[in-house]
Design a protein. Structure first.
Length: 172
């Protein structure tokens, strides 16, 4: 069940990432829903599941983006594992600590990617700190929506439509 949940979470994130990527403005307002999903997996199922999710999500994202295969996979695996370890050591149930974990994972993953490309290319790539800040903020906001939605949705589905609303009732 855990593996199916991890694969489903990553697949949904990759599909959403591909769908929403066309709405970025000149690739400046980047967001990484796959990384947010890896952090979700890490906090829900632990560091081992995060390694699987980070590897799968990062490699899929690398392959679909046409970049060097493995760079994003390694960055998301390390960030997911670290988040899973932190999440298993501390109680991370409130929105703010979760958003801070996503922000930290975003910065760590981005610095790993920059470092690996620096090693591969032989020089440190230019860093847009404003773009990194924007990505961190957008990922944190996406994490807030994802975590709150994943906690609220089962209760809403269980309750069904509200009995107090007049929507859908016939008036005779």
């Amino acid at each position: 069940m855990k593996a199916a949940g991890v694969v489903a979470a990553i697949a949904i994130a990759v599909a959403l990432q591909l769908t929403l990527a066309r709405f970025t403005v000149g690739s400046r307002w980047a967001f990484d829903l796959v990384l947010v999903s890896v952090v979700y997996v890490a906090l829900r199922w632990g560091p081992t599941a995060a390694v699987m999710g980070g590897s799968l999500g990062g490699l899929l994202q690398d392959a679909l983006a046409g970049s060097t295969i493995g760079v994003g996979g390694l960055a998301k695996t390390v960030a997911g594992f670290a988040t899973g370890v932190i999440g298993s050591q501390f109680i991370v149930t409130r929105p703010l600590p979760r958003m801070l974990l996503v922000a930290g994972a975003t910065v760590v993953a981005r610095l790993i990617v920059l470092g690996l490309f620096g090693v591969i290319d032989g020089h440190w790539p230019d860093v847009s700190w404003l773009a990194m800040l924007a990505e961190t903020l957008l990922n944190s906001l996406a994490a807030f929506v994802l975590f709150q939605g994943s906690e609220s949705l089962p209760g809403m589905l269980r309750r069904g439509p509200s009995r107090h609303s007049s929507f859908g009732k016939r008036k005779w």
